[in-house]
Write a protein that binds this ligand. Structure first.
Ligand SMILES: Nc1ncnc2c1ncn2[C@@H]1O[C@H](COP(=O)(O)OP(=O)(O)OP(=O)(O)O)[C@@H](O)[C@H]1O
Length: 300
């Protein structure tokens, strides 16, 4: 079963139609980069998946349930981290579990059982901080961390809730080039956990949609690139998906196929970002057809 199904989704702000019949299906363990010209509606689509702004037409299903409001099935990390300044890294990461699993009366009247649960939450937080490479900084406060460290904490904070889908909205946009690269490598490590899970016949744990303006980043961290654009035959009625293709993920220690990388980047620029591109875009929506042809052991 797909973790996410977006079915005929259109969205209007007043008379202005921004999204036009968007269809997308994302399987468990896929890391999808969502790219498109500025203002085409990427954030609008993410907000529909998150449930804060349900679409004006069509529906979004996460884990088979229609999304009508935010739930713990969908996590999100924005460009600007939003951590609690008065909590350490591990307390920040554990905070969602506290809200999810306890109430104020429970914490007051069942203090000893709460203390035991609290210890478990903090141990879980430590595990997730390890996953994002920040275990050594678990006792630092946000004001003592760099921007990259705070973004790692924000990602651990989202992951600990085990969402079916994690949305990353320009997560590294405010970081310098070197830090950005470190965080991209961190995402590839999470992806490696998906690959391991598949090899062991387990459900891959991380399904991610990352919105980025950086095409190199999109092609580097994702195994599938989706282009949303208003540059298509019916563009006056809003943006739709004009590109959906697999992208090869290269493990950090593997040689990269630079020619393929550059070719796909040029294809993206002309198909998704070029206003003059009016050819039949359906030929660039081939992800599931390619996927069906893959040998079973490499399928997502
Ligand atoms: N709350 C709103 N009310 C009215 N118009 C809006 C609202 N939010 C977004 N828009 C408009 O909808 C269009 C799509 O906006 P959206 O932020 O989804 O695009 P985007 O692709 O994420 O943009 P960017 O890449 O610049 O972040 C834009 O023209 C924007 O001005």
């Amino acid at each position: 079963m797909s973790n996410l199904i977006i079915e005929n989704v259109s969205h209007s702000y007043g008379p202005k139609k921004v999204l036009n019949e968007v269809n997308l299906r994302v399987g468990a363990g896929q890391v999808v980069a969502l790219v498109g010209p500025s203002g085409c509606g990427k954030s609008t689509l993410l907000r529909a998946v998150l449930g804060t702004h349900p679409p004006t037409e069509g529906q979004v299903l996460v884990g088979g349930n229609q999304v009508e409001r935010p739930t713990r099935d969908v996590g999100i990390v924005y460009q600007h981290y939003s951590l609690y300044e008065f909590l350490t890294a591990r307390q920040n990461v554990a905070f969602g579990l506290l809200l999810d699993q306890t109430s104020t009366p429970y914490r007051v009247f069942q203090y000893f059982s709460w203390r035991k649960l609290r210890k478990q939450h903090l141990e879980q937080a430590d595990e997730f901080l390890k996953k994002v490479g920040l275990h050594a900084a678990r006792d630092l406060y946000p004001s003592e961390m760099s921007g990259g460290m705070r973004q790692r904490v924000a990602i651990a904070q989202a992951l600990i809730m085990e969402p079916r889908i994690l949305l990353l909205d320009e997560p590294f946009g405010a970081l310098d080039e070197a830090t950005r690269e470190e965080l991209q490598l961190m995402l590839l490590k999470l992806y490696a956990e998906n690959v391991r899970a598949r090899e062991e016949d387990r459900v891959p744990p991380y399904t991610v949609i990352i919105v980025t303006h950086e095409l190199n980043e999109a092609l580097f961290v994702s195994d599938r690139v989706v282009g949303l654009s208003q540059y298509h035959n019916d563009g006056a009625n809003g943006a739709t998906i004009v590109y959906d293709r697999a992208a090869p993920i290269f493990a950090p220690d593997q040689p990269k196929d630079v020619t393929r990388f550059v070719e796909q980047k040029e294809e993206l620029i002309s198909c998704v970002f070029s206003p003059s591109f009016q050819k039949d875009h359906r030929k660039f929506i081939t992800f599931w057809a390619q996927h069906e042809k893959q040998p079973v052991e490499t399928k997502v």
